[in-house]
Structure formats: C-alpha cells, structure tokens
Design a binder for this molecule. Structure first.
Ligand SMILES: *Cc1c(COP(=O)(O)O)cnc(C)c1O
Length: 355
C-alpha cells in the first residue's frame, strides 16, 4: 500500500477510509480507561488485563491468553512458539505477515514462508496439500498453516468454515500447527453469525486485534493452550512486550468487547452502501463486499490508484492505493453513514474531473 502520510499532514482529512486503524477512542471508552484498575501486567497482577484475557479466552474457547502491544507481535510470537529456524509457514500470498510485518517471522523466528495462490486470500485444501513438503534433508519442515480471517488484501473476504475445517483437519493429521491471524475475526463473526469459538476451535493459536474495527487505541490478545501461552510469555518478555500498568490500555480493549462488536454490522452496511454507489460510476469496477472493505479498480478511468487517492485527498477523503490497481476504502466506527454519502459524492467529483 502506498503511504500517504505526507499528504495527510498537509491537508485536513475529514473522512478517513484509509483503514479501520483510524478509529478514535469514543468518550465512553475514554471514561472507562480513566476508571481502570491497574496492577503489574508482567507479574500477572493487573486486574484489568486479567479480566480482558479471561474474556478473550471465553470468546475464543481457549485455555489461556496473553495481552500484546500489537497484532504484529501476536503473529511473530506464534511463529516463535511454533517454529524452529528453517521451518516453514504455509499461507496465502496476500498474508499480512508476508507483506506488512517487516519480515519478522523470517528475521526473528527464522521461518521460511510458502505463499499459496488463493482467491481473495482464501486457498483450497488441494493448494495446501501441494505445499506440504515430504520429510527430507533437502527441505524445510512444513510447520504452520496460517489462515487470515478476514483476509485483508483479499477484500475483507471471509474464510468459509468448511474450508477451515478441511484444511485444519489435514494439517492436524500431519502434525502441522494451525494459526489464525484473526485481526478482523469479529467482522467475520458478525457477518456470518458463526461464533468466534466455532472458528477458533480449529486452531492451536488465534488472536484478535483491538486497534482495527474494535476501536481501541492499542493492543491485541493472542490465545491458545496453557502450554502455548506459557511459551508465548517467554518470548513476550524477550521481545520487550511485557508491560507494567497495562490496564490503562487494556481497559479500552475490554470496553470494546462489550460495546463495539455488534455495531460492526453498521460498518458492513456502510461498506455495501459505498460499493453500490461506486458500482454506478462509469469506469469504476467494484469487488464483491463481504465485510468492511471496499476494493475497486479505477483503471477504466485511465488513471492510477495513486492519482485517484491523491485527488480524493484534496477533497478531504482518504482512501488507500493497493498494488497493482486497487483502491481500498475501509469503513469503521469513526465514519458515519452521512460521511460515507459525502465521500461517495467526492469520488464522483474526482471521476468527473477526469472526464
Ligand atoms: C493490522 C493487521 C495485522 C497487524 O496488526 P497490528 O496490530 O497493526 O500490528 C495483522 N494481520 C492483519 C490481517 C491485519 O489487518
């Protein structure tokens, strides 16, 4: 994705559809943070963090969980626990770990990656099987299968439960660990009505992010077996992810679990509304919308996604350019239906300017 931070600094963005990381803590969340009880997180005595991890355990149906500063660190620590250097992670070619985490699982866990050519971030059992390497002195050891729910670069698409079941069952037979990057798992849950624990049951490790659509300023929680989390703690300490009065930030995540899940439906409705409006603009072709992401192609207008984004930013609306030809707009709790309507008008204006 092309960074547009320089532009953002220059002009006033009133509608930020660049990412659902743009959510701002609401007054209710801020109040909850102000009242949070705190202790010493790395000693296991911060009551707010303990309440948070307990709640995530029951949400995901896992034995234990650990609070971490970011989703990136969740993926990294899962790689560190599951892999020895030279082991391989099988994932889709669009995986966040592969593109936006500074090569952490390779650089720090020593793991190699086998990217699969899925459709919208979702690969098949057959594709997974072609990636499994036979035991040989020549090969990396196939060690982890990683599934991203929802798939970020796959238009926010939802992994069907059946595909998860098939692939994870095969992986389990082969002793391959199953890891879910559940940054936006709750979007899939709200869109399908399938519970988070039903999805998570097929995985050894799974995490959810609080800084995306759940609207908290910081934090993610990684969950798994007691044994897995014990190992994860050792890595958290080593990486400098262990904290002190972390309840101050964990409170926002706790608040999000109680207040910001069901409302994800509004974001999905807003995304569909935006997609429907965009589809009516000649020269724009829109991908199907499953959750809170709208991917559209502007090549029919004879312009690059970067040009489209820059033009739109001069009108105060920020979206992202995604290689090679996509524009991505992400709906979230800090963007209202009225703002979406206005953003759509601005997009129409940009198109008119080019005609
Ligand atoms: C944002 C994201 C991450 C990383 O999470 P951070 O909290 O930003 O470190 C990982 N995977 C996916 C799919 C994401 O969208």
């Amino acid at each position: 994705m092309v960074g547009t931070a320089e532009i953002q600094n220059k002009i006033h963005i009133h509608t930020n559809l660049f990412s659902d990381t743009a959510t701002m803590p609401t007054p209710g969340m801020r109040q909850f943070i102000a009242n949070a009880e705190v202790g010493d997180e790395q000693k296991g005595t911060d009551p707010t963090i303990n309440a948070l991890t307990k709640k995530v355990c029951s949400l995901l149906g896992k034995e234990d969980a650990i609070f971490l500063p970011s989703g990136t660190m969740c993926n990294l620590i899962a790689s560190l626990v599951h892999c020895s250097p030279g082991d391989e992670i099988i994932c889709d070619k669009t995986a966040h770990t592969l593109h936006y985490e500074a090569g952490g699982s390779g650089a720090i866990a020593g793991a190699t990656t086998y990217p699969l050519d899925g459709i919208n971030g979702v690969f098949t059992l057959e594709q997974f099987e072609t990636a499994i390497r036979p035991a040989s002195r020549y090969f990396s050891r196939s060690r982890v299968v990683l599934i991203e729910q929802t798939s970020n670069l796959g238009n926010g698409s939802i992994w069907p439960l059946k595909s998860i079941e098939e692939i994870c069952a095969r992986a389990a037979e082969l002793g391959i660990a199953r890891h879910m990057d559940g940054a936006r798992l709750m979007n899939a849950v709200v869109a399908t009505g399938i519970s988070a624990s039903t999805y998570a049951a097929h995985f050894d490790s799974v995490w959810i992010d609080f800084t995306k659509n759940l609207g908290a300023p910081v934090g993610a929680v990684l969950a798994g077996s007691k044994e897995f989390i014990k190992e994860a703690w050792n890595h958290k300490q080593r990486l400098g992810g262990a904290m002190r009065q972390a309840g101050i930030i964990g409170a926002a995540a706790l608040y999000a679990l109680d207040n910001n899940i069901e409302r994800l439906k509004e974001d999905h409705d807003n995304a569909k509304f935006l997609a429907t409006g965009l589809a009516e603009i000649k020269g724009i072709s829109v991908e199907p919308v499953e959750t809170n992401m709208v991917f559209f192609d502007v090549s029919g207008l004879g312009i690059t996604p970067q040009e489209f984004c820059q033009k739109l930013e001069t009108k105060g609306v920020q979206v992202g350019a995604i290689w090679p030809s996509w524009v991505r707009a992400v709906t979230h709790l800090s963007v209202s239906r009225a703002q979406i309507e206005e953003a759509l008008e601005m997009m129409q204006e940009v198109v008119n300017d080019y005609r």
